[in-house]
Design a protein around this ligand. Sequence first.
Ligand SMILES: [Mn+2]
Length: 359
Amino acid sequence: MIMSFRWFGEKGDSVTLNQIRQIPGVKNVVGALYDVPVGDPWPMDKILRLKRQVNDNGLALEVIESVNIHEDIKLGAPTRDMYIENYRESIRNLAKAGVKVICYNFMPVFDWVRTELFRPLGDGSTAMAYNHELLRNMSPNDLVAYVENNSNGFELPGWEKDRLSELKTVFEQYSDIDDEKLFENYKYFLEGIIPVCEEVGVRMAVHPDDPPRSLFGLPRIVINKKNLDRIVRMVDSPCNGITFCTGSLGANRENDLPEMIRYFGGMGKIPFAHVRNIKFLDGESYHESSHLSSDGSLDLYEIMKAFYDIHFDGYLRPDHGRTIWGEKARPGYGLYDRALGVTYLNGLWEALSKSNSAV
Ligand SMILES: [Mn+2]
């Protein structure tokens, strides 16, 4: 396991690289470029500048999260071939800079969705929350307005204004796209990029849809074991893998996370993992919690044990944390609670390693 930590760049993050390097066990930064429009190729000079910044702080840059996919690729529009060619160029450039894994998602229109970004938890901390009933009574525009007005002034990843400004048009474009059509368009994309990944040694890792269900009538397919199995087999290659996000997949009560880790990990399909906890409320609703098993509904010991059992040697990072100790940070991405998460996950890992090697 290679412990890593997400960073949103010097302009987009309240956390500095120097702070990250002081978290015990963190050697890798999960980074991205935030000033390249979705669909454009990532230029070499900007990638190298980011790499230099990270390296100058004693850290490595081997995982990118995310290279976003232009909506026309998901829609199967005639312009998709151009966008796929651009994506291939980004993969080649990132590989030249030493990047090993690219995280991405295949969610139509919206990236992750929450109905609250700073829900009070009763101990003075706050966390993001998802209320299924509330969302059913919101329009897509309500949701965009809420996120824009409640994110502490940060532009949230996946919520870039240029993607969301023409919401009505893009919803119309999706009116004849169902799950099957989306699978078809996804396969076309993978067939276009995976040969390049094999050539340059980059592993693609799809992030599950978050939450793992259809929203506003839009199709969502990266949601459960059955669909993930279909996705990794659509183009069968070690370069076609999964970002195993426990918080996203765990939001569907039917997903048996340790079993899925053993299954996909055993196939060599998990190059990257996000590990965090959530606490279920009624039905499909939940709030995020600290990483500790007893604070949430997911058993992080069983999850880490499954990673240990598959001899997981990929990249792993803590995922969203609570906002604690009065920190002013982007929702879910403060320093303090994620650093606590790192230390907890490292503790579980050390205990698993030592108890299993002692005879
Ligand atoms: Mn995640």
